[in-house]
Ligand binder design. Sequence first.
Ligand SMILES: [Zn+2]
Length: 434
Amino acid sequence: MRARNKKEKHIYHLRDQQKSLTDKQKAWGYKRLNNYVVFRYSRHVCTECGYKWQGDTEVTRKNNGCSCPKCNKELKYVALDNSSEEFVKLFSIVKVFKGFQVIRNFEFYKRVFRSGENRTSVAEVSQTWIDTDGKITYLRLNRAGNWNSCWSYHSGLEVRGNNANGYYPNSAELGMRDNQDGVYPGMKILPMFKLRGAKYISGISIVSLFEGLLKDTLTETLLKVKQYGLLQFRVHSPHRSEELKRHIMIALRHSYVVHDPMLWDDYISFMKELGKDVFNPKYLLPENLKEAHNEAHRLVEIQRDRIHAEQLEEKLKDSKEKARQLAITRRKRKKLKGFLLKARGVVARPLITKTDFKKEGKAMNHCVADYEIKPNVLVFSVSVNGTHLETTEFCLAKEKVLQSRGYDNDPSNYHNMIVKTIEKNKQKILKQIS
Ligand SMILES: [Zn+2]
């Protein structure tokens, strides 16, 4: 991919001046992937030198490793379900280069085999370039999928993911799992970040931290008061923490340390659901968050059960009431047996039984059959001058025609006359059913 503008061209030019990892840096990374001992039948196998020996497997398992009698390396025990197992870690080199804050991310890879071999590799998977105006450019390899460690290793470090609208996604959206596993010692930071207190904190992505520091002062404040739990929440879940911003400010004012922001977030949601004022420090800042969380959760469950039961009862009441109304309506329809409303050539014959409704629906090609179970309505099959033309729904509560439909739901030429005639003579119907 070619650089699309002057700035990208400049960064590509600087990218190509980057040095490869030194042997010392490589050794540092591989050391963090550890060495491993596996078992083959009852024998120990060192995946570093391939030496096999008989040892006490129970003791090795219990100690979570041992040292190799031959190469003397410290080995971690790993249970192999398959013939091999892979280990991947991402380490960053943080430095200043030609006025840019640069973060280079390297993926260290190791696969160990039951046979006593191992295979290692290292690949640079992404770079982040931040200029002194705070503009960020992300370079990365293409991704072959959405899980971790699925880079297309020969695709080249390039600007990716920004769309034609000029929208540049952040590192999290790009799937750059930046330095989740560590930073190579001796990192260099631009003064603008140093002034804001930037440093490497285990478990916090350094790129996300820089992004957070550029965005607002809350990240800086959290960093300075060492609220690392909230800081991690802030930079790794920016949207969620933005919603809790006011709560976080209250916690800071009261020097309330939140060690587990996810738990706190849940707790606040529960308290809101319970109708508590979550801006009141008394509720927002419990002495023992875990206990308060569990208690709030318990109360929320009770409340949810109660609401659910009430809703069920309401539903039941509704359906009972509906059944009662329908029974009354059916009794009224029966009273119309043999009744015909005749006026001005219109003859309206009431539909009484389920069969009546079904027959009418078939004859007129519409869904009147479903109206048999509708309470508080009477339905008439209407002819004019001896021709079956429409089906008319008459509402008992409003004492008027709700709808009148001809074949296939289309109105007949006599539609208005039919409606008028029935409404004009409604007393005859009402008298019959009273
Ligand atoms: Zn060995």
